[in-house]
Design a protein around this ligand. Structure first.
Ligand code: GPU
Length: 828
């Protein structure tokens, strides 16, 4: 380190952050001319975006350094959030906002001949996630920083994020998302932070000096994990936390022997294989696919992260018994569950702790969040595959299981079925490692993500574990969203209007302050401004639709939006069926009757997993209906259907503020929480939804008069499915009409939709589309009717927003901090 005599000089020379327009502009030009090696003669929007980001990045790094120094000095307990997905979206607008330099930057680039909006558009989304789970992780790191908790995210630096979606002839076509093509100013490569990670090989037992039998893991393939740090700035605080993403690299660049003997191609093959590990994000949402490469990704990321965490802990020279007083690790779903085993391996095999002591440390360190009850999403690894890739970990799992089952055996001596049911190893052929059970056994707390969901996991998939551990181990933390991105950035005008009544922007950090706008719900002046802003946002979306779909939509129409991953359980098929129903209903109307129709724009968006045939068929049907309806002269502005291609975080920021109604219509009990439902209401849209996930708590908060609920309750779903299985139930008649129209070929060859149609008839209707269809159509009718009374509608919209304080991710993070992590903020 620097000799004491030189430190004064260092301190004097410390970087001065830009504080005004002029100092920003100097930084900007310096980056154009040096970092980018360009000049004013060849500085396009992309170069200007890069230069502006570099200037802002420099600030972030200064704040990041200070935060890390402060957190190291304070040496408080930290939270490490392990997530295979961080769906961050764009960084620049967020960084400007959080650092409080948005105005400076805007006017700074303006003088230099650029528009800030154009620069922001240059940034590719950091799309390292599939949907809700990944976006939740992004909101959580934002909140952890904004509330000054010492916490890091750990993830993978995929070279390709979620694929890009194009629509060709109505079908989804995927192309790779090469988001790093023009360099990424928001990451700092840390080539010096490298961790060796091992795979395959074998285990060997030997007797050590103390006469103990110990196992070692030897041989196998080695790759290196390189750290890339992404600063995560908190809003209105200096705290800038770290998101550490790992990239894989070969331990040996190439095989010299092969190279020298002239075998050039295979000399680089090992290095190419290593790089594949972090190459691409698996594009499945709520679905487990069981590929070896995926398990490799999981172990690679977990091993690197734990190595890093343990190294940091060891620097403090504390005894191991202090570990869980310094470290909390949250498992975002079961993807990082192997961490439980890896920490036990480090403590027992590498550090020589007794098994039981080590296991106590492990359990008090980890918390596990479950995000789904869908059986097809629960991870189970075939034992042969697992044992081949991670032989020592499999042995440790067998031991964990043995001790656990011995305990269960003592509690329930005669219950053999219980032992089979809760065993980490499922006795199928081949046997499978049940990752959720391992996560429960290895954690001190298990939580669901909304009240209904947390109740459901206790009474269904994890029931036996509640019997074994008691219900205190299981809890609920309802999801939340960051109001910085999802209100202020996405909807600056609404944020400003709210601030005018709240008296400041403090609600962005204390969302319950929204309550202060409730008294203005019926105020004509306030209502007028509220309406104007909604219209402005609708115009912004209409322009997007015109540009990308070539469709004209009327701003007077009700904007009805369903944007999310395409999944049968989310029931986009039910939505498009109801659109077809609307279409045939309007077609049959007289001119007089048509005057009474509330015009609608039905907007869909979302990606299908590339191998999910049914979801892809739904996309095709939406596009075909769009084609027919939008070009039908009988219909005009009464109905438009739009599929917005390549739904992502940036598009969500444009779409969500424009909605009048958004749909969250999963079969009751299937959507763990949903988080876009919160985003839509926070932006003044009302929900048309089922009694599922967080819709229930949104209803509690905003009042049942401010949400349109329909459909069967979760408690009836089992019964309804049972009835379908054993009786030949008739289709709902309105649904029958719709399916007949599809069969008639109006939307193209009926064979295209054969399996989709079949999937909602009789015993196949697992998601109960037919059972809910009537009540869905009735709710739709009510929406049409209520939208005509704009005064009441707007007051409902304002009231709903006023009561959304609970859904800030700051609140969710406080709950985790208090009841699972036991961490405190670091005082500023
Ligand atoms: N979720 Br499991 C995903 O987005 N992907 C997954 O693989 C799994 C869950 C979602 C839930 O479907 C959604 O209901 C929830 O709001 C979100 O996680 C965050 O908890």
């Amino acid at each position: 380190s620097i000799p004491a005599a030189s430190r004064d000089l260092w301190q004097q020379l410390a970087i001065k952050e830009f504080t005004d327009k002029e100092s920003f502009q100097k930084e900007f030009v310096r980056h154009v001319e040096t970092t980018l090696a360009r000049s004013m003669y060849n500085c396009d929007d992309l170069a200007a975006y890069l230069a502006a980001s570099q200037s802002i990045r420099d600030r972030l790094i200064v704040a990041w350094n200070k935060t890390q120094q402060k957190q190291t000095t304070k040496d408080q307990k930290r939270i490490y959030y392990l997530s295979l997905e961080f769906l961050m979206g764009r960084a620049m607008d967020n960084a400007m906002l959080n650092a409080g330099v948005k105005e400076i930057t805007k006017s700074g680039v303006d003088d230099l001949g650029f528009k800030i909006e154009d620069l922001l558009e240059q940034e590719p989304d950091a799309a390292l996630g599939n949907g809700g789970l990944g976006r939740l992780a992004a909101c959580f790191v934002d909140s952890i920083a904004s509330t000054n908790y010492p916490g890091w995210g750990y993830g993978l630096r995929y070279q390709y994020g979620i694929f890009k979606q194009q629509i060709v002839d109505g079908y989804q076509v995927e192309s790779p998302d090469y988001w790093l093509a023009f360099s990424n100013p928001w990451e700092i490569p840390r080539y010096e932070i490298a961790v060796d990670v091992m795979f395959y090989g074998y285990t060997r037992k030997y007797t050590n000096d103390e006469g103990k039998t110990v196992s070692v893991w030897e041989g196998g393939e080695q790759v290196q994990a390189i750290a890339y740090d992404v600063p995560v700035p908190g809003y209105d605080t200096e705290t800038t936390n770290n998101l550490r993403l790992w990239a894989s690299k070969p331990t040996r660049e190439f095989d010299f022997e092969k190279f020298n003997s002239g075998d050039y191609e295979s000399s680089v093959s090992e290095s190419q294989k290593a790089e594949t590990i972090s190459a691409v994000l698996y594009p499945n949402d709520n679905f487990y696919s069981g590929k070896e490469l995926r398990l490799k990704q999981q172990y690679f990321w977990v091993a690197a992260s734990l190595n890093d965490i343990v190294r940091r802990f060891k620097k403090s020279n504390r005894p191991w018994s202090d570990f869980s007083d310094q470290v909390a690790i949250q498992l975002n779903d079961t993807h990082p569950t192997i961490a439980v085993v890896e920490l036990q391996r480090i403590l027992v095999d590498m550090e020589g702790l007794e098994w039981d002591k080590a296991w106590d440390i492990v359990v008090s360190t980890f918390g596990y969040t479950n995000h789904t009850v869908l059986p097809e999403a629960l991870e189970k690894w075939p034992v042969p595959l697992f044992g081949n890739l991670l032989p020592r970990h499999l042995e440790i799992i067998y031991n964990i299981n043995l001790f656990f089952l011995q305990k269960v055996e003592k509690m329930f001596p005669k219950d053999r079925d219980m032992l089979a049911r809760v065993s980490i190893i499922e006795e199928s052929s081949p046997q499978q490692v049940r990752m959720a059970y391992l996560a429960i056994i290895g954690s001190h707390k298990v939580n669901g993500v909304a009240e209904l969901h947390s109740d459901l996991i206790k009474t269904t998939i994890f029931k036996d574990f509640v019997t074994i551990y008691g219900s205190d181990k299981f809890m609920n933390v309802t999801n939340g969203i960051t109001p910085r991105r999802w209100l202020h950035q996405a909807n600056p005008k609404l944020s400003e209007l709210i601030a005018s009544k709240v008296g400041s922007y403090k609600f962005l950090k204390d969302l319950n302050l929204l309550k202060k706008i409730e008294p203005f719900a019926k105020d004509p002046e306030f209502q007028k401004k509220w309406t104007e802003i909604k219209r402005f946002n609708k115009a912004r979306l209409a322009a997007h639709i015109k540009k990308h779909n070539g469709i004209d939509v009327s701003l007077d129409a009700l904007f009805d939006v369903q944007v999310k991953r395409i999944h049968e359980y989310k029931r986009q098929q039910m939505n498009i069926f109801s659109v077809i129903h609307r279409y045939i209903t309007i077609k049959a109307m007289t001119a007089e009757e048509k005057k009474e129709v509330t015009p609608r724009v039905c907007i869909f968006g979302g990606k299908s997993a590339p191998g999910y045939y049914m979801a892809k068929t739904i996309i095709k049907l939406v596009n075909s209906v769009s084609e027919v309806v939008n070009n039908d002269a009988d219909i005009g502005d009464l109905l438009k259907v739009v599929f917005i291609a390549d739904y992502n975080v940036s598009k969500a920021e444009v779409i969500i503020p424009a909605s009048d109604i958004s749909q969250h219509i999963s079969t009751a009990g299937t959507e763990a929480s949903g988080t876009s439902n919160m985003k839509f209401v926070l932006n003044g849209g009302l929900i048309l939804g089922t009694v599922d996930g967080a819709n229930i708590e949104i209803t509690r908060e905003v009042g049942e008069e401010n949400i349109f609920l329909f459909g069967h309750l979760a408690e009836s779903v089992d019964d309804l499915r049972h009835q379908r299985r054993f009786n030949d139930l008739p289709l709902n008649p309105d649904l029958q009409k719709v399916l007949d129209v599809i069969d008639s070929g109006v939307f193209g060859d009926k064979d295209i939709y054969g399996s989709l149609v079949y999937s909602v008839t009789g015993s196949r209707d697992y998601y109960l589309v037919s059972d809910d269809f009537q009540s869905y159509l009735e709710a739709q009718k009510l929406v049409d009717k209520d939208f005509k009374d704009q005064t009441t509608w707007v007051s409902r919209s304002i009231t709903a927003v006023a009561n959304m304080g609970f859904f800030s991710s700051d609140r969710a993070i406080d709950e985790y901090a208090e009841s699972i992590w036991n961490i405190e903020p670091v005082a500023n």
